[in-house]
Write a protein that binds this ligand. Structure first.
Ligand code: BT5
Length: 277
């Protein structure tokens, strides 16, 4: 494991107030902030609760995979949303959160953060963060959306077991550490701006598509029932990815069906990022 002393304590009281930090639940340690947020959701907690942890003993990715982060090194948080959206548009809330994370990183660090469909945060094409979204339904109605975010900040991911060697982190990309609380505050502000757009009925589809490093690229997608190769063409309002296969047919892929997606058009486009409006 990497050395643990980082001397950058999280300060929840310095986060300020906003629609997605109405109530901040700070935990020095928990199993998973998503689990804590779900417990709150099921107990009737209103939208805007934020669960923030300095360490997770059982941080989760998708499909039972683990999320690793040394104590005191990262941003690990879950936000509880109750958007008035039709169930098939629930991923609009995830678009708001992931765009907020990306713009918060850009604003606070100047790093060229982008997103990878369906749930990664990239810096220079390397995974620096991941998003785990969990939905709750009440009958046919969308009851809650929990968006869990893990972001590598003040440690070198290459020194940690269980993190793939091509992962990135803010410190390793920036060449210096940064205060986690200020970064979190910037991300929350950017998330709140975009979430307000959803509440006004504005779609985030176009903004999300432009932020995705995936669209326009050759991709190989491993699904639970097979594998496809083609060109990622666009995303739909639901967040689904449309892939044009080599035989000309279009295939619409739901995030939940994807085991793994890799970009298949090396050499990479490092330094050639599309502008983010
Ligand atoms: C994700 O899953 O990328 C979503 C991760 C979400 C984590 C947050 S932390 C706060 C909240 N509470 C939770 O319990 N979870 C959320 P997935 O696409 O399945 O990627 C998981 C894979 O990423 C693992 O199998 C590893 O290969 C890799 N990985 C694990 N830790 C990593 C890290 N720190 N940085 C980069 N990659 C990592």
């Amino acid at each position: 494991m990497a050395p643990l002393a980082r001397n950058d304590p999280l300060d929840p009281s310095a986060l300020g107030r906003g629609p997605l930090r109405r109530a901040v639940h700070f935990l020095a340690e928990c199993e998973s902030t998503n689990d804590e947020a779900r417990t709150l959701a099921l107990a009737g907690e209103p939208e805007g609760a934020l669960v923030l942890a300095d360490y997770q003993t059982a941080g989760r990715g998708r499909l039972g995979r683990a999320w690793q982060a040394p104590r005191g090194s990262s941003l690990l948080f879950s936000t509880l949303l109750r958007p008035p959206l039709a169930p098939e548009l629930a991923l609009q809330a995830v678009m708001a959160a992931s765009l907020g994370v990306m713009h918060g990183i850009r604003r606070e660090t100047g790093l060229p953060a982008r997103l990878k469909w369906p749930n990664d945060v990239l810096i220079r094409e390397k995974k620096a963060g991941g998003i785990l979204c969990e939905l709750g339904f009440d009958g046919g109605r969308l009851d809650y959306v929990i968006v869990g975010i893990g972001l590598n900040v003040n440690f070198d991911p290459r020194e940690v077991d269980g993190i793939p060697p091509d992962a990135a982190g803010i410190q390793s990309e920036l060449g210096r550490s940064i205060p986690r609380t200020a970064l979190l505050q910037a991300m929350l502000e950017e998330m709140e701006t975009r979430y307000a757009e959803i509440l006004r009925g504005t779609s985030l589809r176009g903004a999300w598509e432009r932020a995705l490093d995936t669209v326009g690229r050759r991709v190989k997608v491993v699904l639970s029932d097979g594998e496809i190769v083609g060109t990622a063409e666009r995303v739909e309002e639901t967040g689904a990815l449309v892939v044009r296969l080599d035989d000309g047919a279009a295939r619409t892929i739901l995030a939940g069906d994807v085991v793994h997606l890799t970009i298949d058009d090396r050499p990479s486009t490092i330094g050639n990022e599309k502008p983010i409006p």
